[in-house]
Design a protein around this ligand. Structure first.
Ligand code: SF4
Length: 321
């Protein structure tokens, strides 16, 4: 099937698919490798460019990115590159063998194992850093596990990242909440050279909670209408849905919790998010931030793009300081 999809690609000189991908996936190069049956190289290229390629190939809004911008879509059907990506990346996770990595002695703490945290852990450990990944819950994934419903992203895909992190030498610390008994400052004293915070939450917009139940929250839809006098919100009692939940946190008017709120030297924005620049630098030396905690809720691939940039900055910072 993947050869059939690949054969439709025109290998555009200026590929709109790549141009409109937040992580600039080199679509035509990968398709060329597929046509030459060099599947392992194609998979490696995908993983090197986006360690969460297996996730993004499933949950990305393809119609807004590669698929939606493919030039073949002007006259006929766009190239379904995401199907190639799904097949190659899923298999790659199963067979993953890390390269030989010469480890340095620089320790980096990554707080939060959502998409940005996993991406940074993989990229920085591949660069030789000793990475510790701390997670408040007992399993990795963050929003991938607890925010995206199972029918959209099978948990099996998220689980497959555990052995990968292990093989790369990432030390995973579950049930570790930074901010109460351990602070960011404590971790610097403990010998970490840089810390990256990226815990995040997923917001579900235009839903009004009407009932808390044992296994979730019953919500009704809220319609929004732009009028001359501003936005008018109207509840729609005919559209009821249940948001599944293991635990319900009533968080009204509160910002990020944990590491950031406990550390007053990390500036926050008026929305309560971490005030970091586009490279992830915060107001606190050696503390970086990426993902939803900086931008608010975004797509997984946008979190990966941000995390890639910040991982590069952390590397530079650690080697120069
Ligand atoms: S835009 Fe479409 S046809 Fe062109 S390189 Fe990308 S996938 Fe291939």
């Amino acid at each position: 099937m993947i050869h059939q999809i690949a054969s439709r690609c025109l290998k555009c000189k200026v590929p709109q698919c790549s141009k409109n991908c937040p992580v600039s996936t080199p679509v035509p190069d990968i398709i060329k490798l597929v046509e030459e049956d060099r599947l392992q190289e194609a998979s490696e290229m995908l993983f090197a460019n986006n360690p969460l390629s297996a996730v993004c190939s499933i949950v990305c809004p393809h119609e807004r990115n590669c698929f939606g911008h493919c030039v073949r879509g002007k006259k006929s059907e766009p190239v379904e590159f995401f199907k190639i990506e799904q097949l190659l990346s899923g298999k790659f996770l199963d067979d993953y063998t890390p390269p030989l990595i010469e480890k340095n002695n620089i320790r980096i703490a990554i707080i939060g194992s959502g998409p940005a945290g996993i991406t940074m852990s993989i990229l920085l450990s591949l660069k030789g850093f000793r990475v510790t990944l701390m997670e408040a819950r007992d399993k990795i994934g963050g929003v991938l596990r607890y925010g995206i419903p199972e029918f959209r992203l099978p948990r099996d895909i998220v689980n497959r990242y555990e052995p990968i992190l292990h093989k790369l030498g990432v030390q995973f610390k579950p049930n570790t909440f930074i901010g109460s008994s351990i602070t960011l400052d404590d971790m610097f004293i403990d010998g970490y050279k840089a810390e990256a915070v990226n815990e995040g939450v997923k917001f579900i917009h235009l839903q009004q909670a009407i009932k808390l139940e044992k296994d979730g929250v019953k919500c009704i839809a809220v319609n929004v209408e732009e009028t001359e006098r501003g936005k008018v919100y109207e509840e729609d009692f005919t559209r009821v849905r249940k948001v599944p939940a293991d635990s319900i946190l009533v968080a009204i008017g509160q910002g990020p919790q944990g590491a950031v709120t406990a550390d007053s030297s990390v500036s926050k924005t008026h929305r309560g998010l971490v005030d970091a620049d586009e490279n992830g630098y915060t107001s606190s030396k050696g503390v970086f931030a990426a993902g939803d905690i900086v931008t608010g809720p975004k797509t997984v691939v946008e979190a990966v793009a941000f995390a890639k940039k910040v991982a590069g900055e952390i590397e530079k910072y650690c080697l120069e300081n």
